[in-house]
Write a protein that binds this ligand. Structure first.
Ligand code: HEM
Length: 517
């Protein structure tokens, strides 16, 4: 027994020495020299680093958007870091975000430079659309997403499906009010968004009755908790894989397998029983391309599955969390809630219920949603890769640098926002021309070619849910104020999920009778 620790220490020292020599060799042999056009510029400023691992310790602290904000407030809004020999640039200002997403968009259009480490996985694997490099496959899928699912025409066509889900949501709230029961806003919003997206992309089949929507919800929650582990694995995992160490692979593959089984079942159902031409959903269209040997672009079954997984993850949790934050802000700011309600009553009236088509006539409600997204961005960190070396803000960016854009810090930058930590929707009632054109200070949906294609759907989900909760109910909580403490690793969540009790303001039966069809 006594011999084991000695062996372990020796092994550890040996591994460290090996890592160190690998690092020195790679720095010596593979360091690229700057092109002549960059000779006059230097790398962005950098905090002190440790031998071998560089700034890895800074990248691993939790929650990362907070620790990155701290580093930036000390060393500036544009800093250079290194994890082993991987160059990383941390961005926390709107003007630098503008250069990345607008001026140099094409250079930063790919998220991660190397193929994802879990090639065989549906989740975070090499089949995904979100991680796909900019090329024919990404362009094809993006076009399909916009024309068949998320563009304004498609959203109009699927309005009725979402209306049914909103009715279910509203009925659930009236039921809770009648029983004086508490609502977990995040969980109920997950059901609303998940059911709506399942119906929109897979038609009637993924329904509550056969439990598939419920399974998808469970998988989405598990996937989100794996997201940070995946980021660590894809950043340092490449180096460790060379040493035969696979980070988090088992956990990720297990969740991936369950998605695979569920989606295979749904795909088979579609293949055996396709929708009529006029009712075709996105799954029908993708399967048609899959089966067509002469199609312009060949797509695989795994690519279809990975896209659906990404839509479930990207489309449900984002809107659910944001709605929860906004409702919490409204409960803590009764004067703002009152103003939203007055606006709804003056535009929608008192005899019918708010619906999607009202949103464009409710600017204050829209401002409330925008302010909620600014203060509580679901995705506080965006990752992009520099395809080629370039110059940003006068600094040299090496080829293959991983760019980390801290949207949380950008949208709370005191140089761009007055009282950045305050919930003040009025700031969005000012016409956009009054804001700085050359700075991207508002990026809850990212920006550029890789910006979120679901932003309009997100605004709809949140707008109608908040509108319904304000129009039909008063809300009570335990205590005076909602606790707004944050938690989360890669995503921003409430440390104490919002639980509140609805008190009906209107007679649901009367309003249902006078509802406009
Ligand atoms: C409040 C709601 C939402 C928020 C806050 C949000 C946020 C984001 C963000 C920050 C990105 C990364 C953008 C970038 O890198 O520049 C993104 C990408 C994406 N989002 Fe959303 N999103 C929301 C709703 C949705 C919905 C409803 C869908 C679809 C059903 C969706 C689908 C996607 C997809 C497919 C991408 C990847 C785009 C690409 O790689 O080209 N999102 N979203």
């Amino acid at each position: 027994m006594a011999v084991i620790p000695v062996d372990f220490q020796l092994c550890f020292i040996f591994i460290l020495l090996w890592l160190f020599s690998l690092f020195c060799l790679s720095a010596f042999f593979f360091k690229k020299s700057k092109g002549p056009q960059f000779q006059d510029c230097c790398l962005p400023p950098s905090p002190p680093s440790l031998p071998v691992i560089g700034h890895l310790h800074l990248l691993l602290s939790v929650p990362c958007y907070k620790s990155f904000e701290k580093i930036s407030s000390k060393y500036g809004p544009f800093i250079h870091l290194r994890a082993f020999s991987i160059p990383i640039v941390l961005v926390s200002s709107g003007s630098m975000a503008y250069e990345i997403f607008r001026t140099h968009d094409l250079n930063f259009v790919t998220r991660d430079r190397a193929a994802p480490i879990m090639e065989k996985s549906i989740l975070f694997g090499s089949f995904g659309f979100v991680s796909a490099p900019y090329g024919d496959y990404w362009k094809f899928m993006k076009k399909l997403l916009v024309t068949k699912l998320l563009g304004s025409h498609s959203l109009e066509r699927t309005q009725l499906l979402r209306k049914k889900e909103l009715e279910t949501f509203r009925a659930m709230l009236f039921d809770k009010a009648a029983k004086n029961e508490t609502v977990d806003v995040g969980i109920e919003m997950m059901k609303l968004t998940n059911n709506s997206i399942c119906r929109m992309i897979m038609g009637r089949r993924c329904s509550e009755e056969n439990g598939e929507a419920e399974q998808v919800r469970g998988l989405v929650t598990e996937s989100l908790s794996l997201a940070r582990k995946f980021l660590i694995a894809s950043t340092v995992g490449r180096a460790l894989k060379k040493l035969g160490i696979s980070l988090f692979e088992k956990e990720i593959m297990e969740v991936s397998q369950r998605y695979d089984e569920l989606l295979e079942k749904i795909i088979k159902e579609h293949e055996e029983n396709p929708n009529k031409k006029e009712d075709r959903d996105m799954m029908d269209v993708l399967l048609e391309v899959f089966a067509d040997d002469n199609a312009e672009l060949k797509i695989s079954r795994n690519q279809i599955k990975a896209l659906f997984v990404e839509l479930f993850i990207g489309g449900t949790d984002t809107s659910a969390h944001t709605t929860q934050w906004i409702m919490a802000e409204l409960i803590n700011h009764p004067e703002i809630l009152k103003r939203v309600r007055e606006e709804i009553e003056s535009v929608v009236g008192k005899t019918r219920l708010i619906q999607e088509s009202d949103l464009s006539n409710l600017p204050y409600l829209q401002a409330v949603v925008k302010e909620g997204l600014r203060l509580h961005p679901h995705t506080p960190i965006l990752v992009r890769n520099a395809t080629a070396a370039c110059k940003i803000g006068g600094y040299y960016i090496e080829q293959n640098t991983t760019m980390i854009i801290n949207t949380y810090a950008v949208m709370r930058d005191p140089d761009s926002w007055e009282y950045p930590g305050e919930f003040q929707p009025e700031r969005f009632m000012v016409p956009p021309s009054n804001r700085n054109e050359l700075a991207l200070n508002y990026i809850p949906f990212g920006s550029g070619r890789r910006g979120c294609p679901g932003a309009n759907l997100g605004y709809i989900f949140i707008g109608v849910a908040i509108g319904t909760m304000v129009q039909c109910f008063d809300w009570t909580i335990n205590g005076d104020k909602v606790n707004m403490e944050e938690t989360g690793e890669m995503t921003l969540s409430m440390a104490h999920p919002l639980k509140c009790t609805p008190v009906a303001r209107i007679n649901p039966l009367a309003s249902f009778e006078s509802r406009i069809p």
